[in-house]
Design a protein around this ligand. Structure first.
Ligand code: ADP
Ligand code: MG
Length: 247
């Protein structure tokens, strides 16, 4: 079985700061990988590199076997577009367009890219809003929504272009605790539908429950990886233990 995502010796520095230090991992089709680790360890940079929101300084990324970057050299822009189009990303701060309705947020990208007729695109946005439990909010503006609702809109929007990989960067970190459940339920449902996902999260119980594999990042490296049972039950490193035992 070939990997959906192959990351080899990935390096990223900002000036003299080495943020990713030769990171290597794979994600298989249908796998849910949770990334945990202290603030500043490079989790967001790693995720952003996969969708070309950051340009790396070395190493390789292949998505579906297609090289996005090979030994630090990027593919051509048409290939980059095609490769990154197979991935959807959900951010901590939702990043909804405030001047567009919920439906407008979902339909902007597919309409701009002409991915289907206007009728097909509206049918799809209705379907996805029902899926995340927001069928009645299509014509509302983001400012009228709770954080949990905004994040569910962001997830529906990420699904509009039929990605086969979803990346989440701390999807519940900006939410009041009572609103995290509704967002985690949607992500859990996607996991049950076998969506391939990488989820950066501080929700340890959720990671333990929903992930097939955990990557613990520290100081720009994958310090330890394993099944939730291994990482949470018997972490190999003192550093992992310390991280898991805080708060
Ligand atoms: P995490 O998501 O694990 O908290 P980040 O990937 O956001 O970590 O950041 C890793 C390190 O890279 C931090 O030291 C951060 O300050 C630095 N960093 C991130 N983005 C930039 C940037 N655009 N310019 C300079 N330094 C950055
Ligand atoms: Mg981050």
């Amino acid at each position: 079985m070939s990997s959906m995502i192959e990351v080899r010796q990935l390096q990223k520095s900002f000036g003299s700061l080495d943020v990713l230090k030769k990171i290597t991992f794979d994600v298989n089709p249908g796998e849910v990988v949770a990334v945990i680790g202290p603030s500043g360890s490079g989790k967001s940079t790693m995720l952003r590199s996969l969708v070309h929101l950051e340009e790396v300084t070395g190493g390789s990324i292949r998505i579906h076997g297609k090289p996005l970057v090979e030994n630090g050299k990027y593919a051509g822009s048409a290939d980059i577009k095609e490769i990154t189009a197979s991935m959807g990303m959900v951010f901590q701060h939702f990043n909804l367009f405030p001047h567009l309705s919920v439906r407008g947020n979902l339909e902007l990208a597919p309409r701009t890219l002409k991915k289907g007729s206007p009728q097909e695109i509206s049918a799809k946005s209705r379907e996805l809003l029902s899926k995340v439990g927001l069928a009645d909010k299509a014509d509302v503006y983001p400012s009228m929504l709770s954080g949990g609702q905004k994040q569910r809109v962001a997830i529906a929007r990420a699904l509009m272009l039929n990605p086969d990989i979803l990346l989440f960067d701390e999807p519940t970190s900006a939410l009041d605790p009572e609103l995290t459940g509704e967002v985690l339920r949607v992500i859990r449902q996607l996991a049950e539908e076998n969506m391939t996902m990488i989820i950066v999260t501080h929700e340890m119980n959720f990671a333990r429950d929903v992930a097939d594999r955990i990557l613990f990042m520290a100081d720009g490296e994958i310090a330890e990886s394993g099944t939730p049972e291994q990482i949470f039950g018997s972490p190999r490193l003192e550093r992992t233990r310390m991280f898991l035992n805080q708060d």
